[in-house]
Each structure stands twice: as structure tokens, then as C-alpha cells.
Design a protein around this ligand. Sequence first.
Ligand SMILES: NC(=O)c1ccc[n+]([C@@H]2O[C@H](COP(=O)([O-])OP(=O)(O)OC[C@H]3O[C@@H](n4cnc5c(N)ncnc54)[C@H](O)[C@@H]3O)[C@@H](O)[C@H]2O)c1
Length: 286
Amino acid sequence: MWYTLPAEIGTRPITVIGGGTLGRRIALMLSLRGAEIRIFDTNLDVARAAVEFIEQERPAVAASFDGAPAGELTTSDDLAAALRGAWLVVEAVPEKLELKKKIFADLDRLAEPDAILASNSSSFATAEFMDGVNSPERVLNMHFYMPPAARSVELMSSTSTDPRIFDLLTAELPRYALVPHLVREQSTGFIFNRIWAAIKRESLAVVAEGVAEPEDIDALFADLFKADAAPFRFMDQVGLDVVLDIENHYSELEGRPNKVAPLLQEYIDKGWLGVKSGRGFYNDYA
Ligand SMILES: NC(=O)c1ccc[n+]([C@@H]2O[C@H](COP(=O)([O-])OP(=O)(O)OC[C@H]3O[C@@H](n4cnc5c(N)ncnc54)[C@H](O)[C@@H]3O)[C@@H](O)[C@H]2O)c1
């Protein structure tokens, strides 16, 4: 099917699917050019909380950036209405493959024919949820980290994405205070998460073998890389149960045993999940 790139993108709405942790942060950034931002969430209370979050956080972000005054922020639980006129749709629903497949089939059917359809999935390539999609050339991975604090966005093809979409987004995203990076080949974990996975894995192995304590490794990172986000502090922030799920996913895909699972499981079994449970590798989150 012939695909025409969206036109007049500065004035058309943008729709974010899912207004949770990432959806609301993505919506905040995409509001910086002044267009109408629509948040579609099956839980309208979450969508409304997302709008409150954006209204609260936007002034500080906008102050450091020469953007436009806020456009309208709307919530919806009617997907067709939420998509009408939108040139860009970013999906940020929970990390469940069947759910993503269903949503992308709906988006493909209901969005404007020229709308770009993007997924913020951290571990699934959009190539994995094309079953019900008739125009995969307008679908891509658009992976954010934790905006507004982190503003990098990794762009990866669905394997069929129209290359002009990468040109368009690479030119456009800086207008929303975002920093695009092109993922040049299919890669689980994109660019940074994949590298970070290796760092986490080896850091855990070093502790599991009794070579060092978590504090030693974090201190080395702090000194050598001048980094605040040292591996064990960072894992505590993410949650050790989530770290285990992510590493299980990588080891499954790569067909190797998850050697660091026992150490993580030991902490998880004690209820030491990191910041969210008050204790993880560190015990100073009270
Ligand atoms: N949390 C992170 O640090 C992070 C970082 C980068 C990428 N991601 C990715 O972002 C996505 C969302 O993660 P999150 O942490 O924001 O999740 P979350 O659970 O905080 O938010 C998901 C939202 O989706 C809504 N939802 C569920 N089903 C829906 C549907 N059918 N239609 C519309 N909305 C629906 C839920 O009500 C919820 O508000 C995942 O794919 C995840 O991999 C997360």
C-alpha cells in the first residue's frame, strides 16, 4: 500500500495511548510545541491524573526550552475519537505482547491513513506485533527513557518502516526538547538498554561470586565515570523483581541460563525489592 507522510504536523493533535508512568511523561514532552495532546487510557482516572501531572510539571520543562504555550490537553476512553486528525500516535501500555498486538491492529484500522504509529515498548520490537497491521511502513519503535529528566529517544524500524519517517522524526523531535538516536539494526534492548543489561549482569555476577560488595562497584562507577546512576543504586530504583524479569527475557532470547537469577531471587524472597519496598541492595530508603 502507498503511504503518504503526514503534513501540517505542527498544528495537528498527537495521541498517547496509556497515561501511566511513561505515557504521561511522553505526553508532557510532546506538548512542548503547543499542539493538542490527547491521552487515551482504558482507565479514565489515570488519564486525568496524567493531565494533572503534565499541568504541574510542564512550566519547569517549558522554562528551559523555547517551545510554544501549552495546547489543549484532553482525555478519552473512545479510541476512534482520540485518534481523529492525529499525525502521531505513541503507545505506552503495559508490556504484554498480546495487548500490543491488539492495540496496533486497532490503531492501524482507526488512525488517520497518514498517522505515524509508534511503540514505547522496552523489550518488544514492533516487528513482533504486526499480525493485524496492514500498513507496517508507518509503524516503528520510539523508545523513551524517563523524560523530562532523560530526553533521548531511540528510533527503530518495524523492519518495514518507511525510511522517510526517520528523516521526519529526526528533524522534528528536537522541536520537543528530545534527542533522537537511530537504531540501525534490529536490537533487543535497542542501543542503551542492551549495553546497560550487560553491565548489570556482570555487576551482579561479580557480587554473586563474592568478588566485591555492591557498594564497591557503585563507588568505582562514581569515581571512574563520574556517574550518579551506578549499577546497584539504579537496580534498586528500577525494582529487583523488574530487573529479574528483564534479565530472564534476555537470557531466554539468547538461549543461555540466567546466572544472576539466584542472587536476585535471594533479595526478592526477603521482600527486598529496592526503593519501592524500602530496602534492596541498599538499606537507606526509609
Ligand atoms: N517504566 C519505565 O521505566 C519504562 C521505560 C521505558 C519504556 N517503558 C515502556 O512503556 C510502556 C508502558 O510502561 P509504563 O511503565 O508506563 O506502564 P504503566 O503500567 O505505568 O502504564 C500503562 C497504562 O496503560 C493503560 N492501559 C492498559 N491497557 C490499555 C489499553 N488497552 N488501552 C489504553 N491504555 C491501556 C493502563 O491503565 C496504564 O495507565 C511499556 O511498554 C514499557 O516497556 C517503560
